[in-house]
Design a protein around this ligand. Structure first.
Ligand code: ADP
Ligand code: MG
Length: 343
């Protein structure tokens, strides 16, 4: 047995960098975690700025409740969260994040600076930098209430992972999709996205999904949106939101946004339900724009925490409820004429 075959304990930084892959695989995953934190902090406005698709720099700034210097010190460490104190509360968490590992993980694979000021605290603000797992000191910093997290040099010290990043345009497409989904689902929050100095969109935070869609997708799409609102019997409590007229489509599924109990999911049951509701009115390989919220019981959201997948206990009933809700909306709008037979 050579020395290289010995079982050795990995140092903490290496363990952290390996584990990081579970949470952070690309710039969009960083953006997702940071935007979720901003939403959890009750922000009224969230500004996302990225450079080179997030490969060079990611900044998420919010006006949420912020942190004290003491909280900041704790927040960048592993399994620290203000959202959960023991496992028995797991079922009850309403906030998006609760694992207490996002900031720790991001800090282990980048140069991360968090600058924050607590809304109801006496101190003026604090800043802290973590360089690839190396936690610096908390220093005072003046700023208004809220939090700004800047992430640079993602995966600079894990070249194997950096190698898997795609070109900036591709990484930006992932970032854009993630921020868009949050912006549409949280129309009461003013969300902006800027890439390489160019503002891609900025929602106004009116609380109206249609206003958010106007900011994100433009007038043509916003005007084509038909409201959906149904309260079916059974496990599904409510289906609401908007779907586009069958003339306003794209050749990718990307704009067919569905949310289950507030969380963005990609799910074939919901997608098929929506497409079937159009009763043959969609051209082949064309997909509508949707911002569709499904509130339901009987969902297992732990299929994979990162992959936005869910499993429904009563899949058929969920599919039927969503299809009926969308078809009724299209019928009301005079778009689908008669009850199409369900296949
Ligand atoms: P989690 O979100 O699972 O609690 P994170 O590592 O994402 O874990 O964040 C750790 C803690 O840092 C949070 O519980 C919260 O108290 C604090 N925090 C993170 N981001 C923000 C933010 N934008 N505004 C206020 N507090 C934040
Ligand atoms: Mg979090």
């Amino acid at each position: 047995m050579t020395d290289g075959d010995r079982v050795r304990e990995l140092d903490d930084a290496t363990v952290a960098q390996i584990a990081a892959g579970e949470v952070v695989e690309r710039p969009a995953s960083v953006v997702k975690e940071l935007v979720e934190n901003s939403l959890d902090a009750g922000a009224a406005s969230i500004d996302v700025t990225v450079e080179s698709g997030g490969r060079d720099r990611i900044v998420v700034a919010d006006d949420g409740h912020g942190m004290t210097g003491e909280d900041l010190q704790a927040a960048v460490r592993q399994h620290t969260t203000s959202k959960l104190s023991d496992a028995s509360e797991l079922d009850a968490v309403a906030t998006l994040g609760f694992r207490g590992e996002a900031l720790y993980t991001i800090g282990s694979v980048s140069r991360m600076t968090v600058t924050t000021r607590a809304r109801d605290a006496g101190d003026s603000g604090a800043t802290l930098t973590v360089e690839h797992g190396d936690v610096g000191d908390v220093r005072p910093a003046g700023r208004p209430a809220g939090t700004t997290v800047e992430v640079a040099d993602l995966f600079a010290e894990t070249p194997a992972r950096r190698k898997y990043l795609k070109r900036p345009a591709t990484e930006f497409a992932h970032v854009n999709r993630a921020v868009t989904r949050y912006a549409l689902a949280n129309p009461e929050v003013a969300v902006s996205l800027t890439h390489d100095g160019r503002e891609v969109f900025a929602t106004t935070g009116t609380g109206d999904v249609r206003d958010a869609a106007l900011s994100v997708y433009g007038r043509e799409v916003a005007q084509s949106l038909v409201p959906v609102d149904a309260t079916p019997d059974g496990p599904v409590e409510r289906v609401h939101g908007y779907v586009s007229e069958p003339e306003t489509t794209r050749s990718t599924r990307e704009y067919l946004a569905t949310y289950v109990n507030g969380r963005s999911v990609r799910d074939s049951v919901l997608r098929e339900a929506v497409l079937d509701a159009y009763g043959g009115q969609l051209a082949s390989d064309r997909y509508p724009f949707t911002v569709l919220f499904v509130e339901t019981e009987g969902v297992d959201a732990n299929v994979h925490p990162r992959k936005m997948e869910v499993r429904f206990e009563q899949e058929d009933r969920v599919q039927a409820a969503v299809e009926d809700a969308v078809r009724d909306a299209l019928l009301d709008a005079g778009i689908v004429r008669s009850q199409a037979p369900r296949g």
